[in-house]
Design a protein around this ligand. Structure first.
Ligand SMILES: NC(=O)c1ccc[n+]([C@@H]2O[C@H](COP(=O)([O-])OP(=O)(O)OC[C@H]3O[C@@H](n4cnc5c(N)ncnc54)[C@H](OP(=O)(O)O)[C@@H]3O)[C@@H](O)[C@H]2O)c1
Length: 286
């Protein structure tokens, strides 16, 4: 029987590529997106390649839209085998320039969205005593970076949330948890992050402006001068996720490129997969 996977944020980037890759590799894919008008490209592939992908509306900021999509999958399949929490939005701005509305939005999409979808699938996975929840964070979920305090805070939150669930829900109910931690990915994400960053047409103001310019120049320099590829394609990240799903004992955390691994090494050297940490926590509490 085909394993099924529900993916959030499939209108572009990693979610779009993962939908195609998983389907081409024998999975039934529920490709969800908040705006169904963005589904044309995916629909073309479904038709041309006869892919087993069903497109559903799901906005991670709306619990009712999450519940509706999950109910459809459960009615059709009886189970959800894999949840891939991919939807997310980049944001880089000084804290002082960030409005409360922006703080709430970045946190809602990147963190609370993951909490909502996970809460909605857990009763089904617990009942079936099987399942795999994969949350895409970032190297920014392990290492705080300039001007990324709101985004990194949300991704750190997903890391803590997932780690906590893995310690008791994971082991008791045979539900696997994995944090996928990419470095840069050449997707719409960068463009939309920069668009959202401008204040009155400028990237930053006052005393922050020279630091922001240095940050942007440094990011470009890093991308062109590093010995390791800083940017991956969405498809390359999707390939790492497919490998994770097909691994008998999947890691709690995995970086998706050599660059991402090197960048996070000071945080991850002692326990690259996070599995030792889970055992340590269990030893202390359970
Ligand atoms: N690109 C990078 O450099 C990078 C690096 C590390 C980690 N990541 C992470 O990788 C994941 C995928 O990002 P990507 O690079 O593929 O970016 P992307 O191409 O911008 O894709 C992001 C997806 O999330 C969707 N989304 C945004 N808000 C949503 C909402 N409220 N409900 C449902 N879907 C929503 C977007 O839909 P719309 O088209 O409707 O906006 C889009 O489909 C994200 O979690 C991101 O944080 C990205």
């Amino acid at each position: 029987m085909k394993r099924n996977i529900l993916i959030t944020g499939t209108s572009s980037g990693v979610g779009y590529e993962a939908s195609l890759l998983f389907s081409r590799n024998g999975f039934k894919v529920y490709a969800t997106m908040r705006n169904l008008k963005k589904s044309e490209e995916l629909k073309k592939h479904i038709k041309d390649e006869n892919l087993d992908i069903e497109i559903l509306q799901l906005d991670v900021t709306s619990q009712s839209s999450i519940n509706s999509a999950i109910n459809i999958v459960i009615e059709k399949e009886g189970t959800i085998d894999i949840l891939l929490n991919n939807a997310g939005a980049g944001f880089a701005k000084t804290l002082e320039e960030t409005s409360e509305e922006e703080i709430n939005w970045v946190t809602d999409v990147n963190y609370l969205g993951v909490v909502r979808t996970t809460k909605a699938v857990l009763p089904h996975m617990r009942k079936q005593k099987a399942g795999h929840i994969i949350n895409i964070t970032s190297v920014g979920g392990l290492v705080g970076q300039p001007f990324n305090e709101i985004y990194c805070g949300a991704k750190f939150a997903v890391e803590g949330f997932t780690e906590s669930l893995a310690t008791y829900v994971g082991t008791t109910f045979n539900i696997k948890f994995t944090l996928v931690e990419p470095g840069g990915i050449a997707t719409e994400f960068m463009k939309s992050a920069i668009e959202k960053t401008t204040v009155d047409g400028q990237l930053a103001r006052g005393e922050y402006l020279p630091i922001f310019e240095k940050y942007l120049a440094g990011s470009q320099k890093r991308a062109t001068e590093s010995n390791l590829a800083v940017y991956q394609t969405g498809k390359e990240v999707a390939e790492v996720i497919l490998q994770v799903v097909n691994t008998e004992t999947p890691p709690l955390r995995i970086r998706t490129s050599a660059w991402a691994n090197e960048f996070c090494e000071l945080k991850t050297k002692a326990d690259p997969t996070g599995l030792m940490l889970i055992n340590e926590v269990k030893k202390n509490f359970l």
